[in-house]
Design a protein around this ligand. Structure first.
Ligand code: PLP
Length: 315
């Protein structure tokens, strides 16, 4: 079992506000593929195999952490992977998709209009007809099987260290739902929404929780820390994240884990946490995303821990 480690973090703000902060390093699950997407896929892949499927099909943007993780995980499980990608074919050479191709993923590029139908029942049925041997996983991997994978974070933490609060970044809500369900009100769980206008996220999480939604109530989605929207942030936000990485020795990226860090620092300044609180952060990984950001000139590889590119294939 690859149990991800828990580290204590040290920072002047933690002393000032008399809290202890720890981080569950799901970014260290695997050197190349890490984080919550890996956890969310585990039982999807096992179920697909049990049901006799040979392929997994899923959806994502051209820089998707989910697509990257899916391609790798399928290659490990001897399953064929198919990625329905939003955007043009030229993206196949980008950082994320060149890794996906390296691991044998078949890429199908669709326009934005088509991509919008990804959760539409008729569209899924059509795809299933086109790919009869494929087990179809939703975008980001957020389904019931993902919750089972995420629950293992809580099981591991229960054996690792005592804490009061658990913080995680939130995109689609699958990660948060899995944590909330498994935790069963033991800890206060705070989800930091990384997208704008995510008022409906609480509802989304409750939908995924199904029957447990009634009994699980020790959690909350914080909607005020998105910094302008998905993938958006100011230069000073980036500088704060980088400084936090330098102080703590833990790498972060500005789309998910970095926004959780900014939220933590802001919440501390606002006096949100009582003295003596033990705060656990979930590092959901996603550092592969830095590759595509560097490639597009959005970040400087001199500042950020940009991962290695896929080897170019020689034919
Ligand atoms: C997808 C992702 C999230 C958000 O997970 P959801 O289950 O979609 O809420 C958080 N962090 C990273 C690194 C991700 O890739």
């Amino acid at each position: 079992m690859n149990l991800s480690p828990v580290n204590q973090l040290f920072h002047s703000s933690f002393n000032e506000h008399k809290v202890e902060v720890f981080i569950k390093r799901d970014d260290l699950i695997h050197p190349i593929v890490s984080g919550n997407k890996w956890r969310k896929l585990k039982y999807n892949l096992l179920s697909a195999k049990e049901l006799g499927y040979q392929q997994i099909l899923s959806f994502g943007g051209a820089f998707s952490n989910h697509i990257h993780a899916l391609a790798f995980a399928c290659s490990q499980h001897n399953l064929q992977s198919i990625g329905i990608i939003r955007g043009e074919e030229q993206y196949q050479h980008n950082f994320t998709l060149s890794w996906a191709k390296h691991w044998g993923m078949e890429l199908e590029f669709v326009d934005r209009q088509t991509y919008k139908q990804r959760n539409n029942a008729d569209f899924i049925e059509e795809l299933q007809y086109q790919y009869p041997n494929a087990f179809i996983v939703p975008e980001g991997g957020s389904n019931q099987l993902a919750l089972a994978g995420m629950s293992e974070v809580i099981t591991e933490l229960n054996d690792q260290i005592a804490y009061d609060y658990l913080l995680t970044p939130v995109g689609s809500g699958g990660t948060l739902a899995g944590l909330v369900k498994a935790d069963n009100n033991q800890h206060k769980i705070l989800g930091v929404a990384v997208l704008k206008q995510q008022g409906y996220l609480t509802e989304e999480v409750n939908t995924l929780l199904k029957d447990s939604a009634k009994s699980c109530n020790n959690w909350q989605v914080l909607n005020q820390f998105h910094r302008g929207g998905y993938g958006k942030y100011k230069a000073e936000d980036a500088a704060r994240i980088l400084q936090f990485s330098q102080t703590t020795g833990v790498p972060f990226e500005p789309v998910y884990s970095g926004k959780m860090i900014l939220a933590l620092l802001d919440l501390l300044e606002q006096g949100y946490f009582e003295a003596g609180a033990k705060i656990m952060l979930l590092h959901t990984g996603g550092l592969q995303g830095l590759g595509g950001m560097a490639e597009r000139g959005l970040i400087s590889p001199a500042d950020w821990p940009v991962p290695e590119r896929a080897p170019t294939r020689s034919r």
